[in-house]
Design a protein around this ligand. Structure first.
Ligand code: ASP
Length: 592
């Protein structure tokens, strides 16, 4: 048989140590250069690119065949590896080349709609329409390889720690209290619907009741939400649950997992245990429940200093129950001249701040947007609280709503750090945020929602507040945060029917709805429920951070776009009338 003596190797795997070997490479033509006597064909596969050289003086017929190759033709080239005369140190195979002896053309290619390269700027819609070509790009080959590694390590690590991988249904029951469900009509039960799972939450809790005390799953989840940059309608969680444990047990298992993933994939040593910080402290110090811990610029409350000042922009918010806070950008004065500060003001407004007050201490001169409205003592007290010195820039936001102050300053500290180039992407700073509020109030709906989900246990010392003081009731919930991104979250769960019913009632769910929607869970708790808790990671986000990608689309083979459609498959799509009839469905509105 042909090529028997030449094993197939990956293009990108060849190195100096292979010199003298006879090998075959299979892949796609990345480039064809005709230098007259020599023809160079670069062949690409998932591991990289290698140069193959065809010498007319040795085999003119073969060289002529190579000359006819075009970009993206699929080929097999067999030859002997040799040292290159002109070394290319930009690619890992740049020291060697293959002197071609055989060429097999598997299939030709039309001119692709865009060049397969990481360096060309191509419109996203076009890329996604031809995602199978887009995926040939080296960066996407790399990110999907990382994703595979993460999944493999997940299975190994949790197996080694006694976890069972158990699948849970995709066709399940719609329950309120989450995001909007994707619904699947039932043909057998006209007028009834399954929902696709937003997460395996209830199933994994039920598995704890069944005695599988350590469960994990790489689970596909679905949420019909308006999409933002880092959201997809379907996404993947590393989902797990444990029985007979407390927060410390769960956290130490996760810390071991992160250590392993980061070491094996990026060769980064993650320091454990991770820092833990109550939610309130995270908000007060960083204005965020997922603070980036790689830089400072912590928030400071100056409400006490300005509450009685003559400047309504500061005293007003305090009087209305809000606050005025600042961040001191150390060394920021030079980086932010007046015009750039104005841009920061516009940025703060996107977080609903009414404005941005500032003081710039630059080369001995102090300029300020607000100093003239305050007394000398008040100004001095603010700068002292800020710890500001020459060279610094103080940014202040006040609002009747603390949430706006936190959001604006929290985002500003990250934006400023980014603009000042203070963020090292290879510095991985983990953090547990704990003691989340149990409930959050929606002004729009005029009611409380569970901040995590309705199965989360209240903190023991706050159990009495669940019905009487919702605003200050804290939950046994925790998030694992990495560099300003929430990697995952979970909680210790409620495990008695009484407490679960109380939690539903606190959310305003009627007794009837509790039975109808969550009866299975409440009833299950009547049959001996172990103390349990768990967590779910966003696998896509984790891979995104590890791959240094900027969008979760880059770590999902076939992602959807902003309006939830798949441009390659062209879906969602209309279906035959017969299919609708089978489901007893009549559409009241259709897209043009
Ligand atoms: N199911 C939860 C979520 O998707 C995670 C958990 O509580 O385990 O956020």
């Amino acid at each position: 048989m042909k090529n028997m003596s030449a094993p197939r190797v990956y293009c990108g795997s060849l190195r100096e140590g292979d010199i003298g070997q006879r090998v075959s490479v299979c892949g796609w033509v990345a480039r064809n250069r005709d230098l007259g006597a020599l023809i160079f064909i670069d062949v690409r596969d998932r591991e990289g690119i290698v140069q193959c050289v065809f010498d007319r003086s040795i085999n003119d017929e073969l060289a002529e065949k190579a000359f006819a190759l075009r970009a993206e033709y699929t080929v097999r080239i067999t030859g002997t590896v040799r040292m290159r005369s002109a070394i290319n140190d930009k690619i890992p195979t740049g020291k060697i080349e293959i002197v071609a002896e055989e060429l097999e053309l598997y299939s030709a290619s039309e001119t692709p709609p865009f060049e397969i390269s990481d360096d060309v700027n191509v419109n996203d819609a076009l890329r996604l329409k031809y995602r199978y070509l887009d995926l040939r790009r080296p960066s996407l080959q790399k990110t999907l390889a990382i994703r595979h590694r993460v999944a493999k390590i997940t299975r190994d690590y949790f197996d080694e720690n006694g976890f069972f991988e158990i699948e849970t249904p995709i066709l399940t029951k719609s329950t309120p209290e989450g995001a909007r469900d994707y619904l699947v009509p039932s043909r057998v039960h006209p007028g009834k619907f399954y929902a696709l799972p937003q997460s395996p939450q209830q199933y994994k809790q039920l598995l704890m009741l069944s005695g599988f005390d350590r469960y994990f799953q790489i689970a596909r989840c679905f949420r019909d939400e308006d999409l933002r940059a880092d959201r997809q309608p379907e996404f993947t969680q590393i989902d797990l649950e444990m029985s007979f444990i407390n927060e410390d047990d769960i956290m130490s298992i996760q810390e071991g997992f992160m250590k392993r993933v980061f070491k094996d994939i990026l060769n980064v040593d993650v320091q454990t245990p991770f820092l833990r910080m109550p939610w309130q402290e995270a908000m007060d110090r960083f204005g965020s429940d997922k603070p980036d811990m790689r830089f400072g610029f912590e928030l400071k409350d100056i409400s006490d200093i300005v509450k009685d000042c003559g400047f309504g922009v500061f005293s007003g918010p305090v009087a209305e129950g809000g606050s005025v806070r600042l961040i001191n950008i150390e060394g920021g004065a030079a980086a932010f001249p007046r015009k750039k500060i104005d841009k920061l003001g516009d940025f703060a407004k996107t977080y609903h701040a009414k404005g941005l007050a500032w003081t710039r201490l630059h080369e001995g001169a102090v300029t300020s947007s607000y100093a003239k409205f305050l007394t000398e003592e008040e100004n001095a007290a603010i700068l002292e609280r800020a710890g500001a010195k020459d060279g610094d820039l103080v940014l202040i936001v006040g609002d009747a709503k603390n949430e706006i102050v936190w959001a604006a300053l929290g985002a500003l500290r990250c934006e400023v750090a980014k603009q000042m180039d203070l963020i090292d992407p290879m510095d991985f700073k983990f953090l547990w945020v704990t003691e989340f509020p149990m409930f959050e109030y929606s002004e729009e709906d005029g009611r409380y929602y569970a901040m995590h989900h309705p199965f989360t246990a209240p903190m023991v010392e706050d159990e009495d507040k669940i019905l009487t003081d919702k605003a200050s009731c804290r939950a046994r919930a925790y998030d694992i945060v990495l560099n300003g991104t929430e990697l995952g979250g979970g909680s210790i769960r409620i495990n008695t029917p009484e407490m679960q019913e109380k939690a539903f009632r606190a959310l305003g769910i009627s007794d009837e709805d509790i039975q109808e929607r969550f009866g299975h869970l409440v009833n299950a708790f009547k049959y001996g429920a172990p103390p349990h808790g768990g967590l779910a990671y966003g696998l896509d986000r984790l891979c995104m951070l590890m791959a240094g990608a900027t969008s979760i689309r880059d770590v999902i083979a076939f992602p959807k776009v902003q309006n939830a459609s798949d441009l390659m498959m062209a879906c969602p799509d209309v279906v035959d009338q017969k299919q609708l009839d089978d489901l007893c469905i009549a559409c009241t509105k259709t897209e043009e």
